[in-house]
Design a protein around this ligand. Structure first.
Ligand code: PMP
Length: 389
């Protein structure tokens, strides 16, 4: 059977137009953008062109607001550790929602080990941040508050503009991880009052190996990686020009095609959700309407997400159970526990994310495969014959 890939939240294919644009840097050109000769200048030109395109995608004030990194993880570390350490004289408190990606939570926990106070802000059963609690925990000592634009496991979109107002009334910098949202939703750092914002190249259909941190003019950070002072001194090391040039082109295409593509994906998403909720003991996770246009996430009573994933892979349909980054542990996802699911409920999680290569004609095949898989696994499950949930 032909492959039906439904794990766009974990990894995306490089858009062929992006590859065509950036491959010149793999094929012949070899300059270091810090070199002053003409080959170096050509690399520098590609780097600055990419910076401008990424700034445009999120309406950054100018291209200098974009700092390229090696990944979204690195951008999150730079925002959180760099922001907290550079501004320690203002206070030693940081805050994040309980459903942030581990590349946000782990640097925060490291700060906590080093004497910072970490406030975890709860979310409701749909994954929406508790704004009252946010207002309660922030103080003038809270230098960095990190709240994601949209969650990668349950698709919920957070009210960033309202959050920004609370953060700026009480604390200092708002960092937003937009890895899962950029390219699908029209992110506007100026209109939404964002001080730092994380992006990933691959999540825009660009090459892996590049990420970016938007840093609002005036925001002060301490570098996490030291060396030759590239990227305005905030991220030393020779830039990965192929990946960065690709990320720029991917950002340009995403901006141009976002409105139409998100509408197309939303229609498919809604068809999938409607059909799969007809299965007995199937529940949507995340917000029913304020969710990413390509994101359909569920839990199924009595069966494990991993078994669904492996069974569907046999039909050549690739789905996820939660965050690919946490799949090495068999612990239930911290996101699903934070929205109030019991351990056994969280284990039944299955995440279907759509992308550019999916077509509406695939929906009946996907629905049939999920239904058959769930039925088959329930027959094998010792739990399904007992009322345990
Ligand atoms: N933030 C979010 C919301 C993510 O989904 C991911 C994973 N794609 C990351 C950060 C980290 O991205 P990477 O592993 O590419 O650094």
């Amino acid at each position: 059977m032909e492959r039906v890939y439904l794990d766009y939240v974990s990894s995306k294919p490089i858009d062929p137009r992006v590859l065509e644009f950036a491959k010149r840097f793999l094929e012949g050109s070899c300059g270091n953008p810090s070199s002053l000769h003409s080959v170096g200048l050509e690399a520098k030109h590609l780097l600055e062109d990419a910076r401008a395109k990424v700034a445009e995608l999120i309406n950054g004030e100018n291209e200098k607001t974009i700092i390229f990194t090696g990944s979204a993880t690195e951008a999150n570390n730079l925002a959180i550790k760099g922001g907290a350490l550079r501004n320690m004289s203002k206070g030693k408190e940081v805050a994040a929602t309980a459903i942030e990606h581990i590349s946000v939570l782990n640097p925060m926990k490291e700060l906590q080990k080093n004497g910072f106070t970490l406030n975890l802000i709860p979310v409701d059963s749909t994954g929406m941040v508790d704004l009252v609690k946010l207002e309660e925990v922030l103080t003038k000592n809270t230098t960095v508050t990190s709240i994601m634009y949209a969650n990668n496991e349950i698709g919920t979109i957070e009210p960033i503009k309202e959050i920004s107002k609370i953060v700026h009334d009480k604390g200092w910098y708002l960092h937003v991880d937009a890895t899962a949202a950029a390219g699908y939703l029209p992110v506007d750092v100026q209109a939404e009052g964002i001080d730092m914002l994380t992006l990933s190249s691959n999540d825009l259909y660009g090459p892996q190996g590049a990420g970016a941190l938007y840093v609002k003019p005036g925001v002060k950070l301490q570098p996490v990686i030291l060396g030759g002072g590239q990227e305005s001194g905030l991220r030393s090391g020779t830039e990965n020009i192929f990946a960065i040039a690709g990320m720029g082109e991917a950002a340009r295409i995403a901006k141009e095609e976002m409105a139409q593509e998100s509408e197309r994906l939303k229609e498919m998403r809604d068809k999938l959700i409607q059909a799969l909720l007809m299965i007995e003991g199937a529940y949507l996770t995340g917000h029913p309407t304020k969710r990413l246009p390509h994101h359909a996430s569920f839990r199924f009573d009595y069966i494990e997400g991993e078994s669904i994933l492996l069974n569907m892979d046999r039909h050549n349909i690739q789905v996820a159970t939660g965050s690919a980054c946490s799949s090495k542990t068999l612990e239930p996802s911290h996101v699903l526990l934070a929205i109030g699911l019991k351990h056994e409920e969280a284990h039944g999680s299955t995440v279907l994310t759509l992308g550019r290569l999916n077509k509406v004609e695939e929906i009946p095949t996907i629905v049939k495969s999920v239904k058959e898989t769930v039925e088959r696994l329930r027959k094998l499950s010792p739990l399904s014959s007992r009322e345990v949930i």
